[in-house]
Design a binder for this molecule. Structure first.
Ligand SMILES: [Cu+2]
Length: 91
């Protein structure tokens, strides 16, 4: 059974962030398919075994701030967060 889970990660800012987050997700769910759209800060996971909570904790542990995204578009609140940066220090 697979399950599509989406997050918005405002502090994901470059290709290294994408790789870090992808690796973090796949470390907790080796069968997960991860698709990331950096332009809109969206992480889409077709989960093998992990729940949204588990994936959220994995992304948080990697140093980022995931926000669960439902099917309905979520209004962007707290624009100042977009200026934050995760643990990737390359950019
Ligand atoms: Cu980065």
């Amino acid at each position: 059974m697979s399950n599509t889970i989406r997050f918005r990660v405002d502090d994901m800012t470059c290709g290294h962030c994408v790789r870090t987050i992808t690796a973090a997700i796949q470390a907790s769910d080796p069968r997960a398919e991860v698709e990331i759209d950096l332009a809109i800060r969206q992480v889409r996971v077709v989960s093998g075994t992990a729940s949204a909570d588990q994936l959220s904790r994995s992304i948080t542990a990697a140093g980022y701030t995931p926000v669960a995204v439902n099917d309905a578009p979520t209004p962007v609140t707290g624009d100042s967060k977009a200026a934050r940066h995760g643990d990737c220090r390359c950019c």
